[in-house]
Design a protein around this ligand. Structure first.
Ligand code: HEM
Length: 554
């Protein structure tokens, strides 16, 4: 009888365990429709992918791709799932699909990242206001408003070149930090005007904030996992609030972008303190990718004498020299940088490919399908998040050939029609689709203009090209890894350019199509001056078929 009781107990336990396991499995491993992307299970059930994502950062995605080689897969995450797309043609299909959207993240990410107050949350949760704020960003990052930003930012960067005395080298102790700080100063000066609150002592706070900004976006135990970022954010809020309190954003020397956004948010009843919280977004997006990209471009060009010479010739051709009072004035025509400097642009695009890897994030708004170039369809289910990793697509053989790990600008100079076709959906430094980075034209002028002038008029003795490490969690650009290298260099004027005062050409509104505050007409008209095709999320790919210039191809 005793034995019988024990057997019944064991049998009962076994049944309970089986049921528990089945429930756990059902809970932990999502059930998939046969048309959904195939499942890629983690080594450690339930939390394995999440732990790997945090531990391996952007390197997680190429590791998975190397192991499983799946064009698209479903990752089980806790009791949910995430789609990861590696195939460029599927990414392109997703970027064109209106049911694959970034919109929910605009609020979800911002809430934790910027510490939005209930007032701000309520305001930006109105679709019409969010749309208006985004539209303001894109319309003021083009035409004359963009030109004003470019002139102020380049002029600020150029001041550092003019300060270099003939015959006396300027010592840069740490090239990454030097570039980081002067780019942040130039960009924030262009955005916020003469009363720019981002003075030298506050600039490092923006970068401390950036280090864990993506962790803040997750909004789980923020003070525990990102305390220093929160402290830095507070310091930045504290310098921005008085700026808004004094209404400096409405001064004529403030960018159209910040002025118009300030006006819209005030109209919605947002006060100075909340403006100081909300508007941190703009200097953050405006600097944290631009500065590292500039660093990589500079280091690459200066460590390759052949490219340095070719870039010098191109920039010399668009820089005019005039005699001033005892000095020669060298004036760069920045409007010609994109069209007349193919080698410089090829080096820029190659730097973006090799070093800038912002993971794309979207959510499926209702059940939908995407299709690859062979016609294979996948079902994506409502409510699931989707990611695509440039760390995979920027190095995928099908798009870049056999040497994707090598820095080779020629791939952008000599691209065939087939190359251009193969790269669609693979080159994603600025994301794509409806949310394609609206600041890319501002960034390109700062980056390419400043590096071009450095190449033309300066030598950088001791500037080395470090190895790179994966981007910080949720970040885009790779970071320098100096090992035993000296991070600094000496900047000196090149022979023949000792007496030159550097400057950048300023155009009138009419030369820039007259798009400015009050001049541009309705937003629909302003969109029309975008480069054709850009709205569909199309990537800049150099094509040799129509001459050596850059086009924005589908
Ligand atoms: C090399 C420099 C830059 C890089 C690599 C870069 C990259 C990106 C990427 C990957 C996205 C996400 C796009 C997507 O999800 O499809 C983005 C969005 C954005 N970027 Fe940039 N960016 C740069 C410079 C700038 C600058 C200078 C500004 C403005 C001053 C700016 C403003 C924005 C804004 C406002 C968004 C959000 C757009 C939206 O959600 O509609 N970016 N950027």
């Amino acid at each position: 009888m005793l034995l019988d009781n024990a057997s019944v107990l064991i049998a009962g336990l076994a049944i309970a365990l089986t049921v528990l396991l089945a429930v756990f499995k059902r809970w932990a491993i999502p059930t998939l429709d046969p048309l959904e992307p195939p499942l890629l299970k983690p080594r450690v059930p339930v939390i394995g992918h999440i732990i790997s994502m945090i531990r391996e950062r952007a390197g997680f995605y190429p590791r998975l791709f190397k192991e499983a080689h799946m064009p698209i897969c479903t990752l089980p995450m806790l009791n949910g799932k995430l789609y990861v797309i590696n195939s460029p043609s599927l990414i392109q299909s997703a970027l064109r699909n209106n049911d694959v959207s970034f919109d929910p993240f605009l609020i979800e990410f911002s809430k934790g990242m910027f510490g939005l107050t209930p007032t701000l949350l309520e305001a930006i949760s109105q679709d019409s206001l969010m749309k208006e704020l985004l539209e303001t960003i894109s319309s003021t990052l083009m035409g004359e408003s963009l030109h004003k930003l470019n002139v102020v930012a380049l002029t600020s960067l150029i001041q550092h070149l003019n300060a270099v005395q003939a015959g006396t080298p300027f010592i840069v102790a740490d090239s990454f930090l030097w570039i980081r700080d002067i780019v942040t100063e130039a960009t924030t000066r262009a955005l916020f005007g003469e009363m720019n609150p981002f003075t030298a002592e506050h600039i490092p706070h923006l970068w401390t904030f950036d280090k864990s900004a993506a962790l803040l976006a997750i909004d789980i135990a923020p003070s525990l996992i990102a305390g220093s970022s929160i402290a830095a954010r507070k310091k930045l809020n504290d310098i921005l609030s008085p700026y808004y309190e004094a209404k400096y954003d409405q001064r004529p020397d403030t960018s159209d972008l910040m002025r118009r956004r300030g006006r819209i948010l005030r109209r919605e009843g947002i006060g100075a303190k909340d403006l100081g919280i909300q508007e941190l977004l703009i200097p953050w997006v405006g600097t944290t990718n631009t500065a590292p990209t500039l660093f990589w471009l500079l280091s690459q060009i200066f460590s390759r004498p052949d490219y340095l010479l070719r870039v010098r010739d191109e920039v010399a051709a668009i820089t005019s020299i005039e005699d001033g009072l005892g000095k020669r004035i060298a004036e760069l025509d920045s409007s010609l940088l994109e069209k007349q400097c193919p080698v410089l642009n090829a080096c820029y695009h190659e730097s973006l490919r090799v070093y800038v890897h912002s993971v794309g994030n979207r959510r499926i708004m209702k059940d939908t399908r995407i299709q690859d170039s062979d016609g294979r369809e996948y079902l994506l289910k409502k409510g699931t998040n989707v990611q695509w990793p440039p760390m995979v697509t920027h190095f995928i053989d099908s798009a870049w050939g056999e040497d994707p790990a090598i820095f080779n600008p020629e791939r952008f100079l000599n691209a065939t029609v087939q190359d251009v076709k193969n790269r669609r959906g693979a080159f994603l430094p600025f994301g794509g689709g409806k949310h394609l980075c609206p600041g890319r034209k501002f960034a390109v002028t700062e980056i390419v203009g400043f590096v071009g002038l450095l190449a033309l008029g300066f030598e950088a003795e001791g500037l080395s090209l470090p190895e790179s490490t994966d981007p910080i969690f949720g970040g885009a650009p790779r970071q320098p890894l100096w090992k035993n290298q000296d991070p600094g260099f000496q900047l000196r004027r090149r022979p023949g350019w000792e007496d030159v005062v550097w400057s950048t050409k300023i155009f009138s509104a009419s030369e820039y199509g007259g798009v400015s505050e009050g001049l541009g007409g309705p937003p629909e008209n302003r969109k029309a001056i975008r480069t054709p095709g850009e709205d569909s999320g199309l990537m800049p790919i150099c094509s040799s078929t129509d001459g050596p210039h850059f086009t924005w191809e589908l």
